[in-house]
Design a protein around this ligand. Structure first.
Ligand code: ZN
Length: 350
């Protein structure tokens, strides 16, 4: 059934308890989220108490003047969003359940008129902002929310037709599954696994950082690459390091992961150890790769922490900097510099 007729039929029917006035436990939140994902009636009936993250033409509405704070994302109430986008729930996908127990959705409103966009931005004191810029300017947790929203919205856009028989597919209310109307195939959003690794020498005095042609001037980062079919994470990391810098690594250790929307990746952060040896670059993939000392990397961290805009504009002086705190690479590099024990890093990041 299409979403609008189903919503009308449901009216104000509520199928689940209301938690909006109090905090709920993590397990309660997850069970509620599961119900919203799987039951169209529950998902739609809770829309009116939801909070809405707005995307216009791929750009999220954020308060960039509150960079690196926990409240840069703008959440509209149902009565607010419907003023600007009466087509709701069209273009709406479920995101999560807030700590207060409110369902949170993301809405792709398309291209707004200039007047409407200016009014919305004025009323919220926010701006529709390039997603890549927003990801680097918000907190680690909010970057994940932006990434999930973009991923689920784009997945629905790109899976309007069945990958098996080519017939049109129909989404569920949450936007977390699509069923083919012809062959019945059900598809779900997924992430592509990526191994990202900070390679150290055995004495832990130096690391390998690489520079891709698309990096802004001065930026170096960790080696990263997509997992091939049939590979373990450890095999992916070993292969990528061998391909990109011609070195064999051992002792691959997983640290922490991050979702990233370009193009919907699960970035699995690792450390690995290599014997110091001459690097042999794949010049088709990399512009440069070098061993850097702890002092050099520490100075690079200070530069990006002091000015996250380096990630977008580059460093005119050409001095080394690394990705900002919104990226898993930053955390791998900074905890190596701080000598944080691997088993403790997770607690520092999350
Ligand atoms: Zn089909």
């Amino acid at each position: 059934m299409a979403l609008l007729p189903l919503l009308r039929r449901l009216g104000s029917l509520k199928l689940t308890p209301h938690f909006s006035q109090r905090s709920i436990s993590y397990v309660e939140r997850i069970r509620f989220l599961q119900q919203l994902k799987e039951q169209d009636s529950a998902c739609l009936s809770h829309l009116s108490e939801g909070q809405f993250l707005v995307y216009s033409s791929g750009k999220p509405l954020v308060r960039i003047d509150k960079a690196n704070t926990k409240d840069a994302l703008v959440w509209l109430s149902y009565s607010e969003i419907i003023k600007y986008y009466p087509q709701i729930p069209s273009g709406t996908v479920l995101l999560d359940v807030s700590e207060e127990g409110k369902p949170r959705y993301s809405v792709q409103v398309g291209a707004l008129s200039t007047a409407t966009q200016e009014q919305l931005e004025h009323e919220t004191q926010a701006m529709f902002t390039d997603l890549r810029l927003a990801l680097f300017m918000v907190s680690w947790q909010e970057a994940h929310t932006l990434s999930r929203a973009n991923c689920v919205l784009m997945w629905n856009k790109n899976h309007a037709f069945c990958g098996k028989c080519g017939a049109p597919t129909e989404r569920n209310a949450a936007g977390y599954s699509r069923v083919c109307g012809s062959c019945g195939l059900t598809q779900y959003p997924s992430s592509a696994p990526v191994g990202i690794v900070l390679v150290t020498d055995p004495a832990l005095t130096h690391v390998v950082l690489v520079r891709q042609p698309r990096h802004p001037p001065g930026m170096y980062s960790c080696i990263a690459g997509f997992s091939d079919a049939g590979e373990s994470l450890e095999e992916t990391v070993k292969r990528e390091v061998a391909e990109e810098v011609g070195v064999e690594v051992a002792s691959v250790r997983y640290v922490a992961s991050q979702h990233w929307p370009f193009p919907g990746s699960l970035m699995a952060g690792c450390f690995a150890i290599a014997d110091i040896q001459e690097l042999n670059l794949d010049i088709n993939e990399l512009q440069d790769a070098r061993w850097f000392s702890r002092d050099e990397v520490s100075a690079a961290l200070d530069r990006i922490s002091g000015n996250p805009y380096l990630r977008l504009r580059g460093n005119p002086s050409g001095e080394l900097f690394v990705p900002p705190p919104g990226a898993i690479a930053y955390h791998l590099i900074s905890h190596w510099v701080k000598r944080t024990p691997i088993h403790e890093i997770y607690h520092h990041i999350y």
